[in-house]
Design a protein around this ligand. Structure first.
Ligand SMILES: C/C(=C\Cc1cc(O)c2ccccc2c1O)CCC[C@H](C)CCC[C@H](C)CCCC(C)C
Ligand code: SAM
Length: 251
């Protein structure tokens, strides 16, 4: 894998070591990085790209904006944001997985799209962002909030670095309150997702999906946390029959 050229803010530093649980997740996402994009396409029949476009649209990102893609992984939402903000805008993709950031950087360097030059990759912790208060015009977080060890803290950090009047858009699996939806989601994970992942030697990594959704917050709970943190408005939209969900909150 090509070496990763990271542009780290001068103030960048880990102010605290992630807790062990976060280290386990960091290892998980480093391990799945080589097949992550392909498995997402295969297992969602490409639908995840539709969900990500919706999340970016809901963020309100526009030409010339300074935007953050939190828990950017291999960069799917960062690349969509890059086209939204254009060459006068700036996208910062932050993640704590070096392997995920390596894939994102490789995709950026291999692409013929010149606008992608407006993306910087930052290795950092979503729970301790190396950015000043009120810095970003929009923030996206695709399938990241469910994976951080402190969801409240992550929401506080997004609030802190967002400009007043701007929005966050948080896409993730939906923890449905409808028994049929929840059981369908779990059946798909047990009977499609994990068996396919097993053929890649990643059964354990994808079995984590089910427990992480069970331990997640419902849409109503996500709205409540956003308001508690200080956002002036918060709305959670269920998509694809409630399998996925997207929180939009305005500072
Ligand atoms: C892009 C997607 C998931 C990203 C993702 C998030 C995580 O927290 C993980 C944790 C551990 C391993 C992998 C991931 C991970 O990939 C969503 C699409 C990919 C899903 C893996 C597939 C989910 C299938 C749905 C349950 C049903 C889809 C129905 C569709 C309408 C065909
Ligand atoms: C499922 S991936 C999502 C990647 C991408 N946003 C997408 O939509 O495909 C979750 C990402 O969150 C990152 N992550 C989890 N906890 C983090 C934390 N505390 N700080 C930074 N990144 C974190 C993982 O390394 C992983 O790349």
């Amino acid at each position: 894998m090509a070496s990763l050229q990271l542009s780290l803010p001068s103030t960048y530093r880990f102010r605290h070591r992630p807790v062990r649980c976060a280290d386990e997740r960091q290892t998980l996402f480093n391990r799945i990085a080589p097949v992550y994009d392909n498995l997402n396409d295969l297992l969602s029949l490409g639908q995840h790209r539709v969900w990500k476009r919706m999340a970016v649209s809901w963020s309100g990102a526009k030409m010339g904006d300074q935007v953050l893609d939190l828990c950017c992984g291999s960069g799917d939402l960062s690349f969509l944001l890059s086209e939204k903000v254009g060459s006068n805008g700036k996208v910062t993709g932050l993640d704590f997985s070096q392997e995920q950031l390596s894939v994102a950087s490789l995709r950026q360097n291999m692409s013929l799209k010149t606008c992608y030059k407006n993306i910087d990759w930052v290795e950092g912790d979503a729970l301790d962002l190396p950015f000043p208060d009120g810095y970003f015009d929009a923030i996206t977080m695709g399938y990241g909030l469910r994976n951080v060890v402190d969801k409240y803290r992550a929401m506080q950090e997004m609030f802190r670095v967002l400009k007043p009047g701007s929005r966050i858009s948080v896409l993730d699996f939906n923890k449905s309150t409808q028994p049929f939806t929840a059981s369908t989601q779990e059946w798909m994970i047990d009977n499609v997702v994990v068996p396919v992942a097993t053929s890649y030697g990643l059964a354990k990594e994808y079995e984590y999906l089910k427990s992480s959704i069970r331990e997640f917050l419902t849409g109503k709970e996500l709205e409540k946390v956003a308001l508690q943190v200080g956002f002036s408005s918060a709305r959670h939209y269920e998509i694809s029959g409630g399998i996925m969900g997207n929180l939009v909150a305005k500072r």
